[in-house]
Design a protein around this ligand. Structure first.
Ligand SMILES: *Cc1c(COP(=O)(O)O)cnc(C)c1O
Length: 406
């Protein structure tokens, strides 16, 4: 048992020894104000803070948690793995097993290289593309997130969902571009789905100029279906980056693609990537347990239905109380934008009312509901979320909207 501690002293200690009191900036609650929570436990759809207060959790490990917190299959696999050795230092069979589960679910992937984070996998994919093409520039889209590191010596950016801007950039820079990297469904400017035909156009334009197309499916992989966004949208990239869900809650990242491309990584090829913790036994064990569970009991239809119900309910409450609100949703991830126009790129997201978002998030917190403390993140549903949980969020939102008019 972990004893409940005092929030104030825990926060003071965090601020004394950690930069900004956190290890990842969004956890500091700067977007919504108020004191950040310090958590110490989680189970199912709930997290508990250091004072023992419980919250219905829609952060879900920033999307890494799909089976709810601490599913028994994952916890058992971790216990068994820990008993048998936490770190082995050489290859062990679970690495190929997790890679096989990914290749079976995602047809464009024949081989996999595991990393410790999504950031590292994005970097590795970009370097691999540079090695394959002999070019040094990368094109990425405004508002898409591919980790906190610089992807390449030169990064060109264009707006998301804007094929004309992409075409113009490719005309100018096409010969220097190793790859175009994209979140096939964006989730880091809030959820912004691709407009019909956008990804097909990206695929077509990159193919014509010998530019590799990388899908960053760190969030969407195994969340929008076992085949990820590429499975549901029908556009096939050259390389795919995974993370989050494939680690079952443990640190992980992966680059996947056809053997002929992956073979350019060391030791087969000349693009170096290695890591002390790459293919970590605990991450493999948790990931295998999670992906097996998903294959045995595919949750995607019920997640879709429940998320649709959440989106409908939020829209209904907003209309009832005269609040301008947009819900952008893809499967079990959604973002509430306080905007009166559609949000289809980063500029639209930034033009939404962040003050309203902060008000909403704080009102929910007071009702024991935790949504991401930033207007540019997604709420995630897991298999532990019930219709009752969804109704709680809708009801609490309605109460918040009502109070705005009093
Ligand atoms: C989370 C995320 C990353 C980075 O993964 P980390 O494991 O946090 O380094 C990269 N790309 C996307 C789309 C993400 O959502």
């Amino acid at each position: 048992m972990i004893a409940a501690t005092d929030q104030r002293s825990a926060l003071e200690e965090a601020r004394r020894y950690l930069v900004g009191g956190v290890n990842s900036p969004v956890r500091a609650f700067r977007h919504i104000g108020g004191e950040p929570l310090l958590l110490h436990r989680a189970k199912g759809a709930e997290v508990e803070d250091v004072q023992g207060r419980r919250f219905l959790d829609f952060i879900a490990g920033w999307g890494a948690i799909l089976l709810g917190h601490n599913p028994p299959a994952v916890v058992d696999a971790l216990r068994r793995r820990a008993d048998a050795g936490v770190l082995l230092g050489l290859t062990h069979p679970a690495e190929a097993e997790l890679a096989r589960l990914i290749t079976e679910a995602v047809p464009s992937v024949e081989q996999v290289r595991f990393t410790v984070s999504g950031t590292e996998a994005d970097l590795t994919a970009a370097r691999l593309a540079m090695g394959i093409t002999g070019r040094r520039a990368v094109l990425a889209f405004d508002g898409c997130y591919h980790g906190h590191a610089v992807l390449a010596p030169e990064v060109i950016r264009v707006p998301y969902n804007d094929p004309a801007a992409l075409e113009a950039a490719l005309q100018r820079h096409g010969q220097q571009l190793a790859c175009v990297i994209v979140e096939p469904v964006a989730a880091n400017m809030g959820v912004v789905p691709p407009e019909p035909g956008f990804l097909a156009r990206v695929r077509d334009l990159t193919s014509r100029q010998g530019i590799l197309l990388i899908f960053d499916e760190v969030v969407t992989g195994f969340r929008l279906g076992a085949g990820g966004a590429q499975g549901s949208l029908g556009v096939t990239p050259d390389l795919t980056v995974f993370g989050k869900i494939i680690g079952g809650g443990l640190p992980i990242g992966a680059v996947g693609g056809p053997r002929r491309l992956l073979q350019r990584l060391a030791p087969e090829g000349d693009v170096y990537h290695g890591g002390t913790f790459a293919g970590h036994p605990l991450s493999m064990a948790a990931g295998i347990a999670a992906l097996r569970e998903l294959a045995a009991h595919p949750p995607y239809e019920s997640l879709e239905r429940r998320s649709g119900r959440l989106a409908d309910g939020l829209l209904r409450e907003s209309r009832a109380h005269g609040v301008s609100l947009r819900v952008n949703r893809a499967g079990s991830m959604l973002t509430v934008f306080f905007a009166d126009r559609p949000v289809r790129n980063e500029a639209d997201a930034k033009a939404s009312r962040r003050d309203r978002f902060a008000q909403w998030a704080r009102a929910l917190l007071a009702q024991g509901i935790l949504v991401p403390p930033s207007p540019f993140e997604a709420l995630f549903l897991t298999t532990a979320h019930t219709d009752e949980h969804v109704e709680r969020l809708i009801r609490a939102s309605g109460e918040a909207f009502q109070s705005w008019h009093e």
